[in-house]
Design a protein. Structure first.
Length: 193
């Protein structure tokens, strides 16, 4: 049984993580810890009671994000019967985290190596789940015989291009929500036999 103090520590840590996620989504990954503390209505020192460094905090936020997205990808691979269903489901997952993911891919080269590794692991997990549906579609002659890594990299490249240049495609609102039909239909037409 947890004491009241232990419960408070857990809640404070969660508050820090949630606030950091929000600020990384709205302001980017270079948001200083004093701003995170202020937004969370905590002392600056409280951050370092729970996370020894800024990089550790960032890593925890990214791990939590990757775990959530990974679980959703795992679930969608069980229900997606076609490449179109899979791509729509993938966009819907990313749309939920669009601002955070856009900042992550835009700033990835400035982040510590451990943070970059988490993005790579997430992309590997995406590849694993895509592979199931793509191989089935290939075996049934529905899509061209293109290596899995090329299909996935082309799809991610397309999404990343639209996210990083969203103001060109949708000046207001979610580029993924507004352009999902176009993105999926175009990609599927390029790879279909």
């Amino acid at each position: 049984m947890q004491t009241k103090r232990q419960d408070q520590k857990i809640q404070t840590r969660k508050k820090i993580l949630d606030t950091t996620f929000y600020l990384y989504s709205t302001r980017g990954f270079s948001t200083p810890t004093n701003i995170i503390a202020k937004e969370a209505r905590l002392s600056h020192g409280a951050i370092f009671v729970h996370f020894s460094t800024r990089d550790e905090l960032q890593l925890c936020v990214l791990e939590q994000f990757a775990k959530e997205v990974g679980n959703k990808l795992h679930d969608l691979s069980k229900i997606a019967g076609s490449i179109s269903e899979l791509l729509y489901a993938h966009i819907n997952i990313l749309e939920e985290y669009e601002s955070f993911y856009k900042n992550l891919i835009s700033e990835i080269k400035t982040l510590p190596e451990e943070s970059r590794t988490i993005l790579l692991a997430l992309q590997s997990e995406t590849s694993l789940h895509f592979g199931t549906v793509i191989e089935w579609e290939k075996q049934h002659g529905k899509i061209k015989d293109i290596p899995l890594h090329m299909l996935l990299n082309t799809w991610l490249g397309l999404l990343h291009y639209y996210l990083q240049n969203s103001e060109l495609f949708t000046p207001k609102g979610s580029v993924l929500k507004q352009r999902k039909d176009e993105l999926v239909d175009t990609f599927v037409s390029l790879i279909s036999k």
